[in-house]
Ligand binder design. Structure first.
Ligand code: MOS
Length: 742
């Protein structure tokens, strides 16, 4: 057997392009006669524009036009035309639609000029007069008006129905814990800002370079909103500079850039500033309450997890936050609730593993509190309450190696050496704490198509509309394709991020490896079959009596397994077929039967060491072991990077990231990377990733479950638990900043 690329560590095929600056991003594409748009943002959170004076702006030499709600061209008037593939229920925001202001930072004008600096300067001259109304951005003030969203968001499971009687069981439990938890609002802050460059191709045709996790999502959005035929709108976004969910939905700069380009009949670029990015979607605010009841033998008797999360006034943003508490452990009495309350902020957005790290911060902190009260080891408590099936839906798991993750993670970490007593481990002036938590995330496959094209020079191209948001999709698809035809990876080109390519959902939800990967494999296998048939059909073919199971594809040869000297070259096989190339397009779909009978999740066990200097209130995360069960791993190198990135994100959630609202003004005040802290190299020490062996034949044909998101889940909880172990202080509001530690 030849070594397969599948399962082997491979460097990113797009790495050289990225590190040399040769990979173009949405705001870098250019065109002759490119005009630049700059957005003017609302200074109030709620009310209406009474007057908008653009005279001074228009007078600046080089200004082409200033668009406002008063002169914006007519576009689709139905709000549902603005719905996109992943929009929550409600009425999507429409930029420059009318004089109404529904959140601070809402775009109120677009200044278009010959260059960026002129546009930015002229934007400062647009005078907007408002009539402000009282706004409310404080979730605590509106929680009494919380409601269960009347319409379920597509693809998001609402909390499962209660089982048993959690209230009675809680009352009867000899050992209980109950507390409120909260994490700060977080903004995604990818390196690449929201940006769109619209290239005017003439005849009402446009090519759009958009910062988006799904080119076809932007394409259908534009065609619906502007009433354009699909053939006239091509969205091309080959590279994404990080997104974490912020690029799932088309953002207003896309609308504005397309509107301006169509109106001016020229190419237009609109790039948002970092501070404007703090007026976009965010990980929602939420007030969580967890109550657990257990017997003295550490068996859970009752679980209750309630959440009130904020949403905007116009959309009901939903994510699976409390559901994890109902499926992770064996327990007969469970109630979970998830309500929304409207605030005068923009709609929250999916952010890496939306819901899971939030909900599991509360649940896994509560489990730690319970372990402490019971006097049992936190890992023991989890193993004692291990759920073999998903009791919240009564479905089997397609696979679940969480037990092995606990065991392997604990072993590697050296967990058995932990002194359970808080404040018992010390070195110099630093208190040392060891904490752990469980993580879970959905393992999904979504219907996706791909095309494979083999040419006589032995080159294979695979293509799919999905995006590579920096996760390594180019690389893993290249590996899968190369294996299918026994080619070196250098012979394979993968094309992504183009609405004209075979259909794909947005890249998100950790489903892309399983979905696009399966589609690419199907298409390549189709090519392989066609190729084999023509090789066998060759005059005097050495493969005349063979079947496809008895040949290998390797080194541009199709050879008998039993005798590799009997072979047909790829070029001869193509020649025999009388074609220049063999092409196949295939669609991979998840199994309906599997979906009916099973649930599929990835799992993790996170072990953390923190060192706390109590005098300075400083917390350092000095060691993390994350043991992950995510099915087959296509590329251990890019997979490890994904988990590391998620873990670092979790460190940010635990210690740094906090969008600070000023409720008087109704906006986030720390809207830049100087004041909104993300982890930097100095915050990141030793992170070890373990992939637990997990055999899964049901989630996807590849055995892949996906791992773009699981790395963040559980990390913040494990850190908070470690801080408790170090200091004896239970901090239930993230981030754990100095003031909370001292
Ligand atoms: Mo992810 S939050 O589905 O990009």
């Amino acid at each position: 057997m030849h070594e397969t690329h599948f399962g082997s560590p491979r460097s990113r095929v797009d790495g050289p392009l990225k590190v040399t600056g040769a990979a173009p991003y949405a705001g870098e594409f250019t065109a002759p006669d490119l005009a630049h748009g700059y957005v003017v943002s609302s200074a109030i959170a709620k009310g209406r524009i009474t007057r908008i004076d653009t005279k001074d702006a228009l007078a600046v030499p080089g200004v082409v036009q200033v668009f406002t709600h008063e002169n914006r061209p007519r576009t689709a008037f139905r709000s549902n035309a603005y719905q996109d593939e992943v929009a929550p229920p409600g009425k999507p925001f429409r930029a420059l639609y009318d004089e109404t202001i529904v959140y601070s930072g809402q775009p109120v004008a677009l200044v278009v000029a010959e260059d960026f600096e002129i546009a930015r300067y002229a934007a400062s001259l647009v005078r907007v007069t408002y009539e402000a109304e009282a706004h409310e951005t404080d979730l605590e003030k509106v929680q009494a008006k919380a409601y269960v969203p009347p319409v379920k968001r597509q693809g998001i499971s609402p909390p499962p129905k209660p089982r048993g009687d959690s209230e009675a069981a809680f009352g009867a439990s000899p050992v209980t814990v109950e507390a409120g938890y909260r994490i700060a609002v977080e903004h995604h802050n990818p390196m690449e800002p929201h940006a769109t460059t619209v290239v005017w191709e003439g005849d009402e045709r446009i090519t759009v370079h958009d910062k988006i996790q799904g080119a076809q999502n932007s394409q259908s959005y534009i065609t619906a909103v502007f009433g354009l035929p699909q053939k006239d709108v091509r969205v091309v976004s080959p590279f994404i500079g990080g997104a974490f969910g912020s690029g799932l939905r088309p953002q207003y700069q896309l609308f504005l850039a397309v509107m301006a380009a169509l109106e001016l009949k020229r190419s237009v670029r609109v790039v948002l500033t970092r501070d404007q990015m703090f007026t976009m979607g965010y990980r929602p605010d939420g007030l969580q309450n967890v109550a657990l009841g257990a017997n003295q033998d550490a068996t859970l008797q009752s679980i209750r997890h309630d959440l009130i999360a904020n949403t905007s006034t116009f959309e009901d943003y939903q994510e699976a936050t409390v559901n994890w508490s109902a499926m992770l452990y064996h327990c007969d009495n469970v109630t979970t609730t998830h309500k929304l309350a409207k605030t005068d902020l923009y709609t929250p957005a999916d952010m890496r593993a939306p819901g899971a790290p939030t909900g599991l911060f509360a649940m896994e902190s509560a489990m730690d509190e319970l372990a402490h009260k019971l006097g049992v080891d936190p890992v023991t408590l989890r193993l004692r309450n291990y759920a073999d099936i998903d009791e919240s839906t009564n479905k089997y798991h397609t696979s679940k190696e969480l037990r092995a993750a606990y065991q392997l993670g604990a072993e590697r970490f050296g967990w058995s050496k932990r002194n359970p007593k808080p404040r018992s481990m010390k070195e110099g002036r630093e208190l040392i704490g060891w904490g752990m938590a469980s993580g879970a995330w959905e393992a999904q496959m979504a219907q996706t198509s791909a095309r494979a094209t083999l040419t006589a020079d032995g080159r294979l191209e695979v293509a799919c509309a999905t995006a590579d948001v920096g996760t390594g999709t180019y690389t893993i698809l290249t590996q899968i394709a190369a294996d299918a035809l026994g080619l070196p990876m250098e012979k394979v080109t993968t094309k992504l991020g183009d609405s004209s390519l075979p259909k794909s959902p947005v890249e998100g939800g950790s489903w892309t490896a399983a979905s696009a990967g399966s589609a690419v494999e199907l298409a390549c296998h189709k090519v392989r079959e066609t190729l084999f048939k023509s090789a066998r059909g060759l005059d005097h073919s050495p493969l005349a009596n063979a079947d496809i199971e008895r040949v290998t594809f390797h080194g541009e040869r199709i050879a008998l397994v039993s005798d590799s000297s009997r072979f047909v070259t790829l070029a001869d096989a193509l020649k025999a077929a009388g074609v220049e190339k063999i092409e196949a397009e295939e669609t991979a779909s998840p199994s309906k039967l599997t979906q009916m009978r099973y649930n599929s999740f990835t799992h993790s066990a996170v072990f953390v060491e923190v060192r706390v200097d109590e005098e300075l209130g400083q917390v350092r995360v000095t060691r993390i072991v994350d043991a992950v069960a995510a099915g087959r791993i296509i590329n251990p190198k890019t997979a490890r990077s994904q988990i590391m990135g998620g873990v670092v994100f979790g460190i940010g959630m635990a210690l740094h990231e906090e969008s600070m609202p000023d409720h008087n003004l109704g906006r986030f005040m720390n809207h830049n990377l100087a004041e909104y802290h993300v982890p930097v190299n100095a915050d990141v020490h030793d992170i070890e990733v373990i992939f637990v062996e997990e055999h899964d034949t049901l989630t996807s044909p590849l055995g892949v479950k996906g791992l773009g998101e699981i790395g963040i889940v559980g990390t913040a909880a494990a850190i908070a638990n470690a801080v408790f172990h170090a200091t004896g202080k239970r901090i239930r509001e993230l981030p754990i900043t100095i003031d909370k530690v001292i």
